[in-house]
Design a protein around this ligand. Structure first.
Ligand code: NDP
Length: 327
């Protein structure tokens, strides 16, 4: 069998952790031949829940699972980590100012970035799920100067998968007949799900669905899907978030499907006018284990305005964490 891989996950006692860990341990990420060590990070009040999950992992007797350890110290948890899922974050609570939210998360993602810098394996790949995910990823990245910047990414694959599913349902085709969708910008309400280049069953999506829907209700439905799920379920989406994080990491390690792209929040190289270094969502392919931004897509005026609006929000967040001394 292949060499064992060490996977760290923060917020392991939470909902998304619970939905992700069994799939990671069963080999959904790296296939049936790669043994796995799981390293679970929690804050003290989450340790008991993480311990419960670890007991259940034992009870699954997963053949690939070599070890499970739990700790509250990121320096311990990230030792030798090849892959890190940063799920735990300080949630926004009623009446909380944005600066309070950002500084609480700076207190989490700054130390985690430093711990990754000092202890992770050379091939470390990081995905941030905990919100505000793009800016939390930026904080971690800036605190890890020895790790190549492009190893820090944030999750917009859930938005992407939602965009695929909702378009396929509208066009009444199977999901695998849909391609060429991009989520641009921030994983927030300002995100832009872009169908300009999307293909549905071999034809341009904008010929297959009402273009007014594509540039109106569709965008809002994708961006507000999280709220729709909370309303229906009574709690936030967890299995689909875990699934998307695994999709993101699997594609990163093993490559995207030929001729297709997905959506990834990654440090900008200036493509499409997004300022350098900002962790923003782009159309991306994974080639030889590295994300590459898909180049040469035409951006019409509608798309330009939408992308710029979301990028402006990211710039404001970057300015705020800069002013707080977090980056
Ligand atoms: P979840 O597991 O449901 O969510 C964790 C994070 O993922 C939240 O920041 C949440 O943001 C975010 N998220 C991103 N996409 C989604 C989505 N589609 N649906 C839901 N959440 C999404 O939270 P729990 O409260 O169940 O668990 C969090 C755990 O993290 C707790 O056990 C806590 O103790 C732990 N924690 C660990 C830390 C650490 O390891 N250092 C630090 C802080 C917390 P949003 O709130 O905006 O939905």
């Amino acid at each position: 069998s292949a060499q064992a891989v060490t996977i760290a996950l923060s917020g392991a006692g939470g909902q998304i952790g619970y939905a992700a860990l069994f799939r990671l341990a069963s080999g959904d990420l790296l296939g049936p031949k790669t043994p796995i060590h799981l390293r679970l990070l929690e804050i003290p009040q989450g340790v008991s829940a993480a311990e419960g999950t670890a007991l259940e992992l034992t009870d699954c007797a997963f053949p690939l699972l070599q070890s499970v350890t739990i700790d509250t110290d990121p320096n311990v948890v990230f030792e030798g980590a090849n892959i890190a899922f940063l799920v735990g974050a300080r949630p926004r609570t009623a009446g909380m100012e944005r600066s309070d939210l950002l500084s609480a998360n700076g207190g989490i993602f700054g130390p985690q970035g430093r711990a990754l810098n000092d202890h992770a394996a050379d091939d470390i790949r990081v995905i941030v799920v905990g919100n505000p995910a793009n800016t939390n990823a930026l904080i971690a990245q800036r605190n890890a100067p020895d790790v190549p910047a492009e190893r820090f990414t944030a999750l917009t694959r859930l938005d992407h998968n939602r965009a695929v599913g909702i378009l396929a349902a509208e066009a009444d085709v199977p999901v695998d007949s849909v391609s060429g969708i991009t989520i641009w910008g921030n994983h927030s309400i300002t995100q832009y799900p872009d169908l300009s280049h999307a293909i549905v069953a071999g034809s341009p999506a904008l010929d297959m669905v009402d273009p007014r829907w594509a540039r109106g209700a569709y965008i809002e439905r994708v961006a507000k899907r999280g709220g729709e799920i909370i309303e229906a379920r009574g709690s936030s989406s967890a299995a689909s978030a875990a699934n998307a994080a695994i999709d993101h990491m699997r594609d990163w390690v093993t490559g995207t499907r030929p001729h297709e792209w997905t959506s990834v929040a990654l440090p900008s190289d200036g493509s499409y006018g997004v300022p350098n270094g900002l962790i923003s969502s782009f159309p991306a392919r994974s080639v030889n284990g590295q994300w590459e931004i898909v180049q040469g897509l035409t951006i019409d005026q509608f798309s330009r305005e939408r992308i710029d609006a979301s990028v402006t929000e990211l710039l404001d967040e970057r300015e705020a964490v800069n002013a707080l001394g977090l980056i």
